[in-house]
Each structure stands twice: as structure tokens, then as C-alpha cells.
Design a binder for this molecule. Structure first.
Ligand code: NDP
Length: 255
């Protein structure tokens, strides 16, 4: 009974930004729990390398290379999935970028680029997946937020606004779609060891701050998101809606 609750056999999951980093780790985790996965990224070569590695592990893997910011490409990708008879039961809106500059020096175009990638894309892709889930009266949406979904920080203004928006988008998806059998929730990862954080990991002062500020006294490993992702993707969370679960070594729990 308890393992069946978390079993994803027969389900298909689209994970945006899954050629590497947290998306890749969650894709592998969902596949290990039985799901077929649709991998996505911009760099087609990196994507097909990731897909080949996962197929070699015995998983069912589809590839869908598109830029999450390009609405026409998103629509075409969903139409291509429809044409192949691939139904998305689980969506993880994970693709994201970071850009660091103080607000007073920030160009509007850079603000828009970060907000478009981290937030507007989650709306557009969420709408496309959501419309299809609404006709089937079931579905799971997991939006990837951040510590910055609830807290501000210097030099990451557009990222903070976008990730706070992710929390709000998750709540609105819940308000409109929970009654139709769709559960939308968010994950707020803490500081994790991925390419995105390379400059921070290599910066001794920042590294010492993360370790000192995090009750667990260390950075998180990408595969430490897997348990929460499986929980939110599975029937174990059928009455969990509109929540953000922080996977952050305790950082948001203490001052
Ligand atoms: P990485 O930079 O390691 O990986 C980003 C992934 O997203 C890659 O697969 C990349 O594809 C893809 N991607 C980026 N832009 C686009 C785009 N426009 N269209 C399609 N795919 C895109 O990032 P992380 O794994 O660290 O971060 C993943 C998510 O988790 C992001 O939303 C991030 O904000 C969030 N997060 C990360 C934290 C961390 O500490 N790492 C903490 C909190 C949240 P490609 O390889 O083709 O470039």
C-alpha cells in the first residue's frame, strides 16, 4: 500500500529544463518511480545526451527541445506530443535562469528575460498542460520556486519577483483547477549544487555564508529534491494543493 501510493507507473511527466541540474535529477527520480518522462532543454545535443543516458538505465524517455520563452515553440511542442498520443499527467515547471545585478543598474530587458523565463513560461506551459488535464479531470503540476519565493535578497530582483510569482501562480492554479482533479504545488529548493550556482560555490565568502546560514550546514544535492517531487507527482498528495514545500536544509525555518 505505502509504495503503491508513490508509484508513477503508467504516468508521463514533462519536466522543463531537464537536460541537467535539478530538472535532470527530478526526471531520473520520477522515471525510477515508474513514470515515462519527456525531457526538455534548449541545447538539443545536451538534451539527447541526457536522454540517451537515461534510456541506457532502462527508462522510457521522450525528447522535446524548445525554448520555454518561445510561445510558438511551446504550442508546437504540445501539438507534437498530442500527435504522438503522449498525454502529460505530471508537469514540472523547472526551467529557469539567474542574472545578478543591483536594481539601480538593471536594464529592463534583463528584468524581462528573467521574469519571462522563470515565471511567464510557467504560466504558458502550465496553461497548455492544464487545459489538457482539465479535459481528463486529473493532473499534477509542480512549479519550482525558490527561497526567494518568500524572501528578498540583494542583486536578484527579477528572480525574486519571478519566484514570488511562482508561489502566486501555484495558488491561482489551485483556486481554479483543484476542483477539477488537478493538484498544483511548488517546491522551494535551498542552495543546491548545480551549474547555476557555480560562481557562488566557487566564492569562498558566499560558500561560508551558505554553510553558516543553513541549519544542515551544507549545500543540497540535486537528488535531494526527488522525494518531494515524487510525493507531489503521485497519488500520495491527492489532497495537497497550493502549497510550497521548502527543501532547504532548514534555511527558511530560522533567523
Ligand atoms: P541549471 O542552470 O543547472 O539548469 C537549467 C536547466 O534549464 C537546463 O536544463 C537548461 O537547458 C534549462 N533551461 C534554461 N533556460 C531554458 C529555456 N529558456 N528553455 C528551456 N530550457 C531552459 O539550473 P538549476 O538546475 O540549478 O535550476 C533549475 C530550477 O531550479 C530553476 O528554476 C531555478 O531557478 C530553480 N532553483 C535552483 C536552485 C539552486 O540552488 N540551484 C535553488 C532554487 C531554485 P540547457 O541545458 O539547454 O541550457
Amino acid at each position: 500500500m505505502s509504495t503503491k501510493l508513490f508509484d508513477l507507473s503508467g504516468k508521463t511527466a514533462l519536466i522543463t529544463g531537464s537536460s541537467r541540474g535539478l530538472g535532470r535529477a527530478m526526471a531520473e527520480g520520477l522515471a525510477a518511480a515508474g513514470a515515462a518522462v519527456v525531457l526538455n532543454g534548449v541545447d538539443a545535443q545536451r538534451l539527447s545526451d541526457a536522454a540517451a543516458q537515461m534510456r541506457a538505465q532502462g527508462y522510457t524517455v521522450h525528447e522535446s527541445a524548445f525554448d520555454v520563452v518561445d510561445e510558438a515553440a511551446v504550442l508546437a511542442a504540445f501539438e507534437a506530443l498530442d500527435a504522438q498520443g503522449i498525454e502529460i499527467d505530471i508537469l514540472i515547471n523547472n526551467a529557469g535562469i539567474q542574472f545578478r545585478k543591483p536594481l539601480a543598474e538593471l536594464e529592463t530587458a534583463d528584468w524581462r528575460r528573467v521574469v519571462d523565463t522563470n515565471l511567464t513560461a510557467a504560466f504558458v506551459i502550465g496553461r497548455e498542460a492544464g487545459r489538457r488535464m482539465l479535459t481528463r479531470k486529473r493532473g499534477k503540476i509542480i512549479n519550482i520556486g525558490s527561497l526567494m519565493s518568500g524572501l528578498g535578497r540583494v542583486t536578484v530582483g527579477p528572480y525574486t519577483a519571478a519566484k514570488a510569482g511562482i508561489k502566486a501562480l501555484t495558488q491561482t492554479m489551485t483556486a481554479e483547477w483543484a476542483e477539477h482533479g488537478i493538484q498544483a504545488n511548488a517546491i522551494g529548493p535551498g542552495y543546491m549544487l548545480t551549474d547555476m550556482n557555480k560562481p557562488l560555490i566557487e566564492n569562498e565568502t558566499f560558500n561560508a555564508w551558505v554553510v553558516g546560514r543553513t541549519p544542515a550546514r551544507r549545500w543540497g544535492n540535486p537528488d535531494e529534491l526527488v522525494g518531494t517531487a515524487i510525493f507531489l507527482a503521485s497519488s500520495a498528495s491527492d489532497y495537497v494543493s497550493g502549497q510550497i514545500i521548502y527543501v532547504d536544509g532548514g534555511m527558511t525555518a530560522i533567523l
